[in-house]
Each structure stands twice: as structure tokens, then as C-alpha cells.
Design a protein around this ligand. Sequence first.
Ligand code: ATP
Ligand code: MG
Length: 400
Amino acid sequence: MNYDRVLVRYGELSTKGRNRSLFTNKLKKSIMHALREFPNIRLQVRHDRLFIHLKGTPFEEVKEPLKQVFGIQSFSPVVRTEQNIEEIQAAALELVRKNFSKGKTFKVSARRSDKQFELDTNGINQAVGGYVLQRMEGLTVDVKNPDINLLVEVRKEGVYLSCEKYPGATGLPAGTSGKAMLLLSGGIDSPVAGYMMMKRGVEIEAIHFHSPPYTSERAKQKVLDLAEKLTAFGAKMKVHVVPFTAIQQKIQEKVPSGYTMTSTRRAMMEIADEIRRKQGALALVTGESLGQVASQTLESMLAINAVTPTPILRPLIAMDKLDIIEIAQQIGTHDISILPYEDCCTIFTPAAPKTRPKLEKVQQYESSVNFEELIKEAIENTEVIQLPEEKAASEFSELL
Ligand code: ATP
Ligand code: MG
């Protein structure tokens, strides 16, 4: 008897009432996306559990991709039996035999969601544990820290057994919290900010400001590579690449150097907000962290936020750089982020940006420039790229 399906446990708190079907539908979509290389698999939702029918795909191959799916608390490869204690005992013995080697300890952890079943959890633990122990020489019980923890879950539609349990990524499934636009630079921080919002169920579209010829094609490719990494945690992602050269040049020309950074960020926000509106997204996301660089002060944020009432989410605001780097390493964006290709801000960064910009001043400097025309033009010439550039998840069939 080989594991032929995966039992997926998901958080119950967030799945009450009307939210439940939104949650499970999005979770199914995320799983199909994560397992898109295995078109044989089929999904089945059963009340508070989701089953993945492997249809011949080895569990080991789906294990790592599943660990990246938000909304999963934990998962186990399982075998199924009917609600019949002899069948359960036989399957249990076979599973423990497979996992046993000399000196290993064992326990049974039963769970019963079908209260009609003839035995309660203690009864199941004893009936199954006793049966296995009698037939396996050298196997001993350790209820605190067993080498083999045999899970037996009795449900209305059948009984599921496993000796394995893996932690999921937790969080909420992609798209259950609506959509936001991520201002994605080539740096370390903004991909991490995107990841953190995705973990809370936010669908992300990325916006990147590109200033050719000051920034190279490779700098743009780097951002696309970062965005592609993030798609591993959700589903597809659009990247809007905005031509930003003319605006940056205009700012250099018209705004005193201490304020060019503030003005640049304000122009970015205005453009991002307009694209957000067109795409039906609800918020903007940046990788800013308080005090990390001169332009990331509260005064600066006040001046930047003044261009729009749209929520600007800054999930890294209270995090230390080292902690951000650690997440970047875990999610696989760090090594791309540290590649040397410069983004538009590095090149235009003034020697001494104002750490406490005054909103009235920046407004006054900007009033002599007609940004509106330039902003409109930048939005019109924005290039939209869809990632990943392979088969969309929705092309796969599923079993309901
Ligand atoms: P990151 O590591 O994300 O580049 P940073 O520490 O370099 O951040 P800044 O350069 O001050 O910080 O940028 C602050 C935020 O502004 C970034 O996290 C990102 O969200 C946004 N941003 C900066 N440059 C760009 C760009 N070229 N395109 C899109 N967003 C950008
Ligand atoms: Mg940067």
C-alpha cells in the first residue's frame, strides 16, 4: 500500500461561513499552480480538509512545492481505508513496517471527526497500537517523542493513515485578500515586502520604473527574475515596466538636489496609483523600512503619501535589515537582488538627500513643472509582462 493521496490541513478560523468557499477555491488554485508540472493530480475538497489525489505522481515530488503554498497549516501523504477496524489495523501495520528500523519507537495519534464511529480516539489508539505492537518485534512505545507517529484520521467518507506530517507555509491563500500593486525595484527589500503581503493572501501585480539608457536591459531582466521567483508563492503575476527617464531628467533639472529623491518617489506613487486604479487593485506596497536610508523617514513618508489617499502598505517598516536579508535568502530572491545592475534610483541619487523633507517645499518646487503630461505619457508607454511565461494554472483540470 503506497501513499496515493495527500491530506491537506488548512486553518479553520479563516474558513467560517461565507468565506469558506472563497478560501478553498483560492487554495485549490494555488495548489494547482504550485503543482502545475504534474497534470495528473486531482483535487478534492471535503469540509475542513483538501485531498490531492496523486494518480501515480510520487509524493516526494510534490512535497517541496506544497510547502510554499500559503493557507496550508500542514499536510501528510496518506493511504485510505474504509471505516472498519480490521482494515485500519492492517494498513497501520503495513505503514509502520515500512518505516521501522531497529530501536525505533512509536505511537498512534488518532483523530475522529465522525463521532458515529464505533471507537473513540482512545479506543482507536489502543486497538491500532496493540495490534501493531503484537506483530512487530522490537517496536516500543514512546508517547512523548516517538520516531514513528502514526496518524489515524477517521472521517465520514473514510479513514486516512500516515507516518508523516509536514508544516505548511501558513498565511492565507493567494487572492483571498484582494489585489495590491508592489513597487518592485531590483533591491533586497521590495521582493520581501511583496512576499509578506502575498502571505496574507494579497494578490500582487508589480510595477517597475525603468530609466534607459541610464539603466540597462539586464537591470530590467533582474526585476523580472525577482518577480518570477515570487510567482512560486502565488500564481501568475503581471509586471508593469514604466519608462521613467523623462520624468527623472525633468526632476533633476527643476528640483533642488536635496529634494529630488522625494519628488521621484512622489512621481512613482502617482503613476503606481493610476495603474492601480486601472487594474482594480486596492493598495500600493513598498519595501521601505524606517530609517534604513535617508529617504525612509516619517517626514519623507508624509511627503510621499500626500500624493494619494490610497493605502500605502509598508510591511517591512519595523524590520531590521538582517531580518529582511534572512527572509530574502529563504525565498530565493537575495542572490538575484545583490547582482550589481543599477536601478534608476541609484543613478539619480543625490549626494545629500533631505532626511526631513517638508511637504510644502516639495509642492512648491514641483509647481513649476508640468508633470501631468509626462506622467500620462509614461503610463501610456508602460509595458506589461505576464509571468511565469508558461502554461497558466487554469488550463489544468480538477476533480470536484
Ligand atoms: P529595495 O531594496 O526594495 O530597492 P531600498 O532599501 O533600496 O529598497 P529605496 O531605494 O529607498 O529603498 O526604495 C524604497 C522603495 O521604493 C523600494 O522598496 C521600492 O518599493 C520602491 N522603489 C524604489 N525604486 C524603484 C523602482 N525603480 N521601481 C519600482 N519601485 C521602486
Ligand atoms: Mg533600491
